[in-house]
Design a protein around this ligand. Structure first.
Ligand code: 5GP
Ligand code: MG
Ligand code: MG
Length: 185
């Protein structure tokens, strides 16, 4: 789905499809180099990071394994709940594994800080992070994002996996919604 298909609800496009692809390829080239010869496990948090991990994994030039986890962070609104719970766990044992967490966006940083600690607690050999988007002005918890995509302003964004109330995940770029869309929240 493209911006034009939902133009009535979109205020403006923030990052184009081409910009997303170019950044993902740039990071993938770096990660392929850094993890050459090592056994790498990509871990993505459902559902927002699905588009990112799909594009990113295909852009890598090294073989990887992938696993998924579903965590509760945001409800249907636009503010973090602050409570993290596992809705669906990984299907593999991470002991001794080199892990790269693939994330859609770092907002407060609470979800990632929690996940990094959890994976280390389970015995991962190393845990690094690739986040496609970051909102530096919203950071509340210190997390070390090794591979960074785009920094964005403090605006609620949708597209490329990111939703508002489960909508817009299949938009092929990143956009800001019109304020009216949030009315009644
Ligand atoms: P954090 O724990 O860093 O505050 O953010 C947790 C999750 O909230 C992110 O992984 C993402 O799924 C969601 N989130 C944060 N900011 C936004 C945003 O601007 N738009 C959307 N759709 N989701 C967001
Ligand atoms: Mg996420
Ligand atoms: Mg969401």
């Amino acid at each position: 789905m493209q911006i034009a298909d939902v133009q009535d609800e979109i205020d403006h496009e923030l990052i184009t499809k081409a910009q997303i692809a170019s950044k993902i390829h740039e990071v993938a080239a770096q990660v392929s180099k850094d993890y050459q010869g090592r056994d790498l496990l990509l871990v993505a948090v459902l559902k927002g990071a699905v588009n990112t991990i799909a594009a990113f994994s295909q852009a890598l030039s090294i073989p990887v394994q992938m696993d998924f986890m579903s965590l509760s962070s945001y409800g249907s609104g636009t503010e973090s709940s602050g409570t993290i719970a596992i809705r669906q766990d990984l299907s593999c044992d991470v002991r001794g594994r080199h892990i790269l967490i693939v994330e859609d966006i770092v907002d407060s940083g609470r979800t990632l800080a929690w996940l990094v600690e959890e994976l280390k607690r389970r015995g991962a050999a190393s845990v690094e992070i690739f986040a496609l988007l970051e909102k530096p002005s919203r950071r509340e918890v210190d997390v070390d994002v090794r591979y960074r995509g785009y920094e964005i302003p403090d605006e609620f964004v949708v597209g490329f996996g990111l939703d508002y109330d489960e909508r817009f995940r299949n938009l092929d770029s990143i956009a800001v919604l019109k304020p009216e869309v949030y009315q009644g929240e």
